[in-house]
Ligand binder design. Structure first.
Ligand SMILES: *[C@@H]1O[C@H](CO)[C@@H](O)[C@H](O)[C@H]1NC(C)=O
Ligand SMILES: *[C@@H]1O[C@H](CO)[C@@H](O)[C@H](O)[C@H]1NC(C)=O
Ligand SMILES: *[C@@H]1O[C@H](CO)[C@@H](O)[C@H](O)[C@H]1NC(C)=O
Ligand SMILES: *[C@@H]1O[C@H](CO)[C@@H](O)[C@H](O)[C@H]1NC(C)=O
Length: 535
């Protein structure tokens, strides 16, 4: 049983030319700190510190080909309604607007088809409006006709470009997206003439792709969006020829992936996107690879070295489950949440590697990395120091704010605290855009190391495309308590004929109470699956 929103109601359109003023629930904040909250993260809504965010995006509602129609908006499979209601309630109480994020890495399969067709756009928009409408049905209705959210975040990955292998895309996507945004904005303003519902978009490090690649002029889109959130992460990883930074501030030495925080801001700005409608994304996680060289004995030291084809298991929560919405193979992501780093390779402190690990600072990217000679594992990640450099840049440039993926990855609020230094008004200081003074040498090390020469700068290839996956992604991650060892993940196609059969799902162990097939494990009343708790 999959919970989905679908309505065949006809939608009347009227193009509103003027949007009502946005409601700033946290009126004192001039800068945004936008967090993504996901139901498979292991931080329940009740445990969130709402004072750390100005806006929260719920990820995700998805468009996928297995749904009733291309326009059907399906909640992420971990959905049971409860966290969404709780988040809206808590957001309202704290003055933090809650937006529904539609799409994501595996949830963008039919955007291209929907955007291209006027009738499908109308149906999709009506379905999307359910998130921002007020519910008129009983409070705990299974299919409320409104979720009373404050806006919609469109996370189409990506218009005009292949993202996940299940997506449709055409060179006309960006042109159609403009119409979709215009019509969605108009419908929001029509239904809420005195309330401004937010409309935002998650975007990659280059402007949307037109028929000839990244567009040189995106000014036509600006009026419809409150801001774009640039996913300035997932820059290098298993898809790259060499190891490299996950979320570089700059990336001058990369052999072929010139993308970075600064490059992304510059690219969008050059295409006409205003800085005061720009939120730049940060990664509260790192990515790991297995290298084929000993990075501790290189001379000179570089973070760009060959790696094996197979991505290793990252932190304890990393799984190689096949993604329900789009089968891209049973592979690990290699992802390390900040809290996993801080309770593992960096357990001794934010810059103190545990035994076996060496921490390096890469001056070119202004990011740290770790290497473990025994396992040949390389991890590129962000820490307090690298986040501070990014936030200072945002303030110095007058950029609207920062976004983070995702809210469950932090450790003792170490990183979110840095992001919150972004707040300032007209008196915003102008800190220098820093780069660390240290070359690529171990900054702290347990193992004895020899002195290394600084990184040499190589000429970067002028690559203009990348197929790097970009979060916000729908990749689940599960906590690891052990009880799921050896238990197969739930599969929509499998028949579970015997009561008491164990499956894993959403990081939990579940058992069925009767014959079932195709029923997503949820904790909603009267469902076949019983939740036996976290794995
Ligand atoms: C648009 O979508 C509708 C509904 O799916 C379909 O009936 C119609 O043929 C489509 N139009 C075009 C031009 O593809
Ligand atoms: C919708 O719900 C909100 C919050 O409960 C309330 O403030 C607002 O007045 C409602 N709007 C309508 C049109 O009912
Ligand atoms: C990766 O290596 C291949 C083969 O040498 C090359 O064709 C390609 O351009 C490289 N890609 C990048 C991004 O450097
Ligand atoms: C660090 O990088 C900056 C610019 O990226 C450069 O000017 C500086 O010389 C570098 N410092 C070292 C020690 O490599």
């Amino acid at each position: 049983m999959k919970f989905s929103l679908f309505s065949s109601l006809a939608v009347a359109f009227a193009i509103a030319t003027v949007s009502a003023a946005p409601i700033e629930k946290r009126a004192t904040d001039n800068n945004k700190v936008v967090g993504y909250w996901v139901p498979w993260g292991d931080v329940p809504v009740a445990d969130l510190d709402m004072t750390q965010y100005t806006h929260i995006n719920y990820g995700f509602a998805v468009l996928y080909k297995g749904a009733a129609a291309p326009t059907t908006i399906t909640f992420d499979r971990y959905y049971d309604g409860t966290p969404m209601r709780a988040l809206v309630q808590q957001g309202n109480a704290a003055g933090v607007p809650i937006l529904m994020s539609i799409g994501g890495w595996t949830g963008s399969q039919t955007f291209s088809d929907v955007a291209a067709n006027a009738s499908m756009r109308a149906t999709f928009i009506n379905n999307a409006m359910v998130f921002v409408r007020n519910n008129t049905l009983p409070l705990y209705a299974d299919t409320p006709d409104g979720w009373n959210m404050d806006g919609i975040d469109i996370d189409w990955e990506y218009p005009g470009r292949a993202g996940a292998i299940c997506n449709d895309y055409t060179p006309q996507d960006a042109a159609n997206y403009l119409i979709l945004l215009q019509e969605l904005r108009a419908q929001m303003d029509l239904e809420f003439p005195t309330i401004h519902k937010y409309l935002t978009a998650a975007v990659r490090v280059q402007p949307w792709d037109g028929p000839n690649g990244p567009m040189s002029d995106v000014t036509a889109y600006v009026q419809y969006l409150d801001w774009i959130s640039i996913m300035a992460y997932d820059i290098m990883g298993s898809w790259s020829n060499t190891t490299g930074p996950n979320a570089p501030f700059n990336n001058p030495d990369s052999p072929g992936n010139p993308y970075s925080f600064v490059q992304a801001v510059t690219a969008w700005k050059s295409a006409g996107w205003p800085l005061n409608k720009m939120v730049v994304g940060t990664a509260f996680y790192g990515r790991s690879l297995t290298t084929t060289v000993d990075m501790d004995t290189q001379n000179p030291v570089t973070m760009y070295v060959p790696h094996t084809a197979t991505t290793p298991k990252g932190g304890p929560a990393d799984t190689n489950d096949v993604n329900f919405y789009c089968n891209e193979g049973a592979v690990y992501s290699g992802l390390w949440e900040w809290k996993e780093l801080r309770t593992g390779p960096l357990a001794g402190g934010p810059t103190t590697p545990a035994a076996g690990w060496t921490r390096y600072w890469d001056n070119g990217t202004s990011t740290p990395w770790l290497f473990n000679a025994a396992t040949s594992m390389f991890i590129s990640y962000d820490d307090i120091e690298s986040m501070t450099i990014k936030v200072n840049y945002v303030k110095a440039q007058g950029i609207l704010g920062v976004m983070l993926w995702d809210m469950s990855y932090d450790y003792n609020s170490e990183l979110i605290t840095v992001l919150n230094t972004v707040h300032c008004g007209s008196d915003c200081p102008t800190p220098p855009v820093q780069s660390s003074s240290s070359p690529a040498q171990p900054t702290t090390t347990v193992a004895a190391t020899t002195t290394q020469a600084p990184v040499t700068t190589t000429t970067q290839a002028a690559a203009t495309t990348t197929t790097a996956p970009a979060s916000p992604s729908s990749t689940p991650s599960n906590p690891g308590t052990g009880q799921c060892a050896g238990v197969a993940p739930w599969n929509a196609a499998t028949t579970y004929a015997t009561a008491g059969t164990k499956v894993t799902y959403g990081g939990h162990l579940w058992t069925n109470q009767w014959w079932t097939q195709g029923d997503t494990p949820t904790t909603t009343a009267y469902t076949v699956w019983t939740d036996n708790g976290p794995c």
